[in-house]
Every structure is written in structure tokens, then in C-alpha cells.
Design a protein around this ligand. Structure first.
Ligand SMILES: [Ca+2]
Length: 274
């Protein structure tokens, strides 16, 4: 039987060993194209204060949750062309199942999806994501910058995954035996594009509602917003739309057999307004 003081000592030695392993990644992974910005061992429950790290622009959309497990965090700058680069964040959990998970971006964001990365930690994935080549949520960084646009389109995911695979090999001593990508909307579109251009990179891709036909989606948004939020007195106000929403639910919620506030097939909902 181990005494509590002995257990605490073993735990401290284990964490110290992991901190050394994590720190040594900086020497092993660097190359002409990959610059290691920082490595950091994060014990279970610790919180990343990215604002104090000066990274609030890159990570502003979604604050980091408390770390669900102990992990080695690596931040890389990966050169993708003569005029573009991506910031990559990789989390390597203490208890790995030998698999890698890539997490995509959202909309025009250059923001690392911390909550999805934390989800990867729960499942024992080494998890990687990037800023897609630019910081913040604006698309202005993409204007007249085709290399940056390419990074946001697909190359950021590809290169972050390549770097992530190298990190896994160095940190755990063996290659990732499976690699997956997960994303919603833009993140899904990125995964599909990578599958077209580099089909061997992933073993599987979870593409939520993929924003693949992005130009049409943006045009559709413009048309719909013009129709419903034009500001003319003859248009419905937000309060009016709330009434429409409630009425649609009351008339059509049960059409799909479930009273769950979801109308599964809106085409079957013919709103009776009189
Ligand atoms: Ca329903």
C-alpha cells in the first residue's frame, strides 16, 4: 500500500517528466518551415489565459475551457508560402489513444476552436487546429491575398495536420494510426476540400452542414437579409418574426411525430395565417 505522500511524490515526478518531454518538443520539431513559438505542459484543470498571452485576437471567439486532462500544448508558426503562414495549436493528451483529430475553422474566422479541441481531449485524440492563416473574424485579411485565402480555404487544415502528425510521432514515439477531421460549415468545407486535394491525409472526415457552395451561400444571405431586415415599414420586425416562429411551431412541430420544437422538414409546413 502506498502512503499519500508517496503517491504525491510519484505524481510530481510524473508531471515533471511530462514537462520535460513537452519542452523537448521545441528542439525536435522545428524546421525551415515550422517555428515552435512555445510549448507548455498543462495539468488537468488548468486554464489558458490567452488574453494575457497576447493571443486574444487569434482566439477571441471561444475561450479555452479548463483542461479536461493533462496535456502538452504546442504553438507553432508554419510557413505556407513566401507570403503566408499559419499559427497552429496542438494539444497532446497524457493518455493518448494514438489517433489525431484536426479541428476546422468557422465562417471567415481565424480562431482556434478551443471547445472542440477540448472535446478531442476527452476522447484521447491528439488534437490540432490553426488560425487558417489570419487572426480575428473579419474576411478583410483575405482581400487581394490569394495565398492567405488558400490557407483559409484548405491549406491551413492540411499543414496543421501534417505538423500535428509530426508532433505525435515525436511526443509518443509512434505515428498516429488514424487521423480524422471535424468541422461545421466552413470547417466542414475545409475538410472536404482537403479530401479532394490530399485524399490520403485523413482516414475520416466529420463534415457538419458543409458550406461548400460558399459564394452562393453569401449571395443567399444577402438576398434574405434584404428581404427580411430591410428596415422598411412594410417588412416584418424582429418581434413579428418571433410571432411567426411561435405560430409555425404551434402548427407544424408535430408533423414529424416529435414535439421537440424542431420542424424536421419545413417543406411540409404550410402556415395557416388566417
Ligand atoms: Ca418536431
Amino acid at each position: 500500500m502506498l502512503f499519500p505522500a508517496t503517491v504525491a511524490l510519484l505524481l510530481a515526478v510524473s508531471i515533471a517528466s511530462r514537462m520535460d518531454d513537452c519542452a523537448s518538443l521545441a528542439k525536435k520539431i522545428g524546421s525551415a518551415y515550422i517555428h515552435v513559438v512555445a510549448t507548455q505542459y498543462l495539468p488537468q484543470g488548468s486554464v489558458i489565459d490567452h488574453r494575457s498571452e497576447g493571443l486574444d485576437v487569434t482566439y477571441q471567439m471561444t475561450p479555452a475551457p479548463p483542461m479536461p486532462v493533462g496535456l502538452c500544448r504546442a504553438i507553432l508558426n508554419v510557413t505556407t508560402s513566401l507570403s503566408s503562414s499559419i499559427m497552429v495549436e496542438a494539444w497532446l493528451p497524457d493518455e493518448s489513444k494514438g489517433r489525431l483529430l484536426s479541428v476546422g475553422n468557422r465562417k471567415f474566422d481565424g480562431c482556434v476552436e478551443y471547445p472542440q479541441m477540448a472535446h478531442g481531449m476527452y476522447l484521447g485524440f491528439a488534437t490540432v487546429s490553426s488560425n487558417g492563416g489570419h487572426n480575428g473574424s473579419s474576411a478583410s485579411a483575405l482581400l487581394d491575398q490569394p495565398k492567405v485565402l488558400t490557407d483559409h480555404s484548405w491549406r491551413g487544415v492540411q499543414q496543421a495536420t501534417v505538423a500535428g502528425k509530426a508532433l505525435v510521432t515525436e511526443y509518443y514515439g509512434s505515428n498516429a494510426w488514424k487521423s480524422y477531421h471535424i468541422g461545421c460549415a466552413t470547417g466542414a468545407r475545409q475538410g472536404i476540400r482537403v479530401a479532394q486535394l490530399d485524399p490520403e491525409l485523413f482516414d475520416g472526415i466529420v463534415a457538419g452542414p458543409p458550406a461548400s457552395n460558399f459564394g452562393t451561400i453569401v449571395m443567399w444571405y444577402g438576398a434574405v437579409l434584404e428581404d427580411i431586415f430591410h428596415g422598411n415599414d412594410t417588412y416584418l420586425t424582429k418581434e413579428n418574426w418571433d410571432l411567426v416562429h411561435e405560430e409555425m411551431l404551434s402548427q407544424c412541430n408535430e408533423l414529424d411525430g416529435a414535439e421537440d420544437d424542431i420542424i424536421k422538414d419545413p417543406r411540409r409546413c404550410h402556415l395557416e395565417t388566417r
